[in-house]
Write a protein that binds this ligand. Structure first.
Ligand code: NAD
Length: 369
């Protein structure tokens, strides 16, 4: 079994889809592992560390690979160089780009989009969204503290008292929970909101205040949120508008799978905030929770800074890459047999749930199969 780890080519991508630990584990199972030169550079993993783990360091040329592991969707050039039936496993960005998915299918690879991993207990160790969102939630708070011209904790000094910053987290999934915990550790007064009622207990257990409009619980059976009805949207907006005025920092993390991110902080709400306030919009890549946020820009609007950094987890590539790599390795383990061969078990929920293309066609019910 030949496993290949190419250098990521998408702009600004600093992560890599393997770590020395996962390389070692693959080799123990009898695999030949080829890592492209400098693939780990952005995550501070030198070629020597991959080589010491047993990988061959190569300059491209993955045409004979049985498995290709990636962080993002590979370039057309790489795709077209792969042999038919190669397993392509990674963050393949399945939403909103049918032409891109068609190109994956046309390449004849068997492709697994790890974003589609079902939210079941057994799948937790393979869940790239969780491992990366956790780091993104942490980094969002650190970035907010960096841009904020005041301190987070209350400080009593001889020259006067510094008040604690008020931080509001919108969307209490994996990223939001880590953001709450991080902001609390920094001494802020933290509040949070979500449309899934189950998050109330989680918010309170982290020592934050739960802000919840009188709306129907929007949790789906898959563990995600659904879009709110127009009436509930209006109720939530009224509550948020009132709360936002009193906040110094807002971290928005609200996402709905396969849909544009919901708008939660309108321009009017931004204008109601005090000068010097900070908004970090983690949903910026999916259209943003604030219409003023712009990908990879810091927009200043009437004294409020709106930070729209894309791929926040990638800013912590030293942690993000090994976790991502471990998620992929755990998934590939489902297909590696005792004799080192590969077998795709269609009956496995995690395999079936993530497979988007096979034998030249799209095979996932969500994407045109
Ligand atoms: P996500 O990234 O899809 O969304 C982030 C949060 O935004 C969610 O909590 C969602 O409810 C919230 N949201 C959506 N619309 C909103 C709105 N209009 N206003 C406010 N908030 C809104 O979610 P996620 O972080 O991937 O996690 C969702 C849930 O799945 C969490 O409860 C998490 O613990 C759970 N989970 C389970 C597993 C597993 O069992 N394998 C793995 C990962 C996550």
């Amino acid at each position: 079994m030949k496993i290949a780890i190419p250098t990521e080519t998408q702009h600004g991508e600093s992560r890599v889809a393997a770590s020395p630990d996962t390389v070692k584990a693959f080799i123990k199972k009898g695999a030949d592992v080829a890592v492209e030169a400098s693939a780990g550079k952005g995550a501070s993993i030198p070629d020597e560390a991959f080589a010491a783990a047993g990988a061959r360091i190569v300059q491209g040329g993955f045409g004979d690979a049985d498995v290709v592991l990636t962080v993002r969707r590979p370039s057309g050039e790489l795709l077209s160089s792969l042999k038919r039936g190669t397993l392509l496993i990674g963050g393949l960005e399945p939403y909103g780009d049918k032409a891109g998915l068609d190109a994956i299918a046309a390449a004849g690879v068997t492709a697994f989009a790890m974003e589609l991993m079902p939210r079941i207990t057994r799948a937790q160790s393979m869940d790239i969204l969780s491992s990366q969102a956790n780091l993104a939630g942490y980094k969002a708070v650190i970035d907010a503290a960096f841009h904020f011209t005041r301190a987070f904790p209350m400080m009593m000094t001889a020259a006067g008292t510094v008040p604690a910053a008020k931080v509001f987290i919108m969307g209490v999934g994996v990223a939001g929970l880590q953001a709450i915990a991080t902001a609390r550790r920094l001494g802020a007064i933290v509040s949070a909101t979500d449309v899934r009622k189950a998050t109330e207990e989680q918010v309170k257990s982290l020592g934050a205040k739960f802000v919840y409009a009188d709306i129907a619980d929007a949790a789906t059976s898959g563990g995600y949120a659904r879009e709110l009805s127009a009436e509930d949207k209006a109720r939530q907006a009224a509550l948020v508008a009132n709360h936002v005025k009193t906040q110094d920092v807002i971290i928005t993390t609200a996402l709905i799978p396969g849909r544009p991110a919901p708008v939660l902080i309108t321009q009017e709400m931004v204008e109601s905030m005090k000068p010097g306030s900070i908004i970090v919009d983690l949903a910026v890549e999916r259209g943003g929770n604030c219409p003023l946020s712009k990908p990879d820009q810091i927009v200043e609007h009437k004294g409020v800074k709106i930070v729209g950094t894309v791929n926040l987890a990638g800013k912590l590539a030293g942690n993000a890459a090994p976790l991502f790599a471990r998620n992929l390795a755990n998934f590939l383990d489902l297909m590696i047999q005792k004799d080192g061969s590969l077998k795709i078990d269609d009956a496995d929920e995690c395999i079936r749930g993530t497979m988007i293309a096979r034998d030249g066609a799209l095979v996932h019910p969500m994407f045109g199969a």
